[in-house]
Design a protein around this ligand. Sequence first.
Ligand code: AMP
Length: 308
Amino acid sequence: MGKLLIVGTVAFDAIETPFGKTDRILGGAATFIGLAASQFDVDSAIVSVVGDDMPKAYLDVLSNKGIDLSGLEIVKGGKTFFWKGKYHNDLNSRDTLVTELNTLADFNPIVPGNFKDADVVMLGNLHPNIQMSVIDQMAERPKLIVLDTMNFWMDHTLEELTAVIKRIDVLTINDEEARQLTNEYSLVRAAAEIQKMGPKYVVIKKGEHGALLFHKEHVFFAPALPLEEVFDPTGAGDTFAGGFAGYLTATDNISFNNMKRAVIHGSNLASFCVERFGTERIQHLNNGEVGKRLHQFKALTQFDIEIQ
Ligand code: AMP
């Protein structure tokens, strides 16, 4: 079975959408990535940190999916990373109201010995120095390193982020962040600029408008499934990344054609994530509903056309 090492926040999230509010529920980039990747036949582990204010029941959500938590440090007396966000009416944009790094501020990640040979490393959103330290601890170069980040780290740690981006294979990033990183408005130009920075593949996530995969002169587009109800978009980007990395790990194939399938799997899982608050929906997925939606994806994007 392929091994997937996941790095990212395990967090408390407080979320406000036009449809309701939650206070301090389970969230974090690594949480969503791990839950999405657990849909595939992979051996996965999370490297992260929490305080002892994190309820065991929340951590059980992850370990019950078979995710190895031996690299998850629990700091005695420490406080878990906390994020609070508020969505605008269109749900495509949000304001971050609070980011408290807490135990993340001086976290020294330790990759468990049995994951130093992971096939794929998914560097989820967190401090780029932590992402870098994890790459440095690998016994050999993984087959694929995927990195996800956000504007917070571009604003505060751009130099460190640029250094780690140099060492990865795939960058997943949303449209506004791609523009911020490259100063290019066109996403085609932004993707070309990012490829000059290191990664050979770039995935630009456009929320309800789908995702674009770029590699040299090749471009692939996956729509987002048009949904009747979007409740809370939190974690959709991480769920996408977890599905993408999980599928590539399980299939042990990192060709561009297989990455296209990985983008579809990631988009498919993200479509579930947004239907409930936080992790509620992707915690309780069954294979039947996931497969059914993949058929919808296929039908949505297939057409016959005669070209002279
Ligand atoms: P997404 O909606 O995919 O962008 O991810 C939302 C998740 O990212 C939430 O569960 C937050 O806990 C987490 N998050 C928010 N800000 C940060 C940050 N600066 N670094 C790492 N994770 C974050």
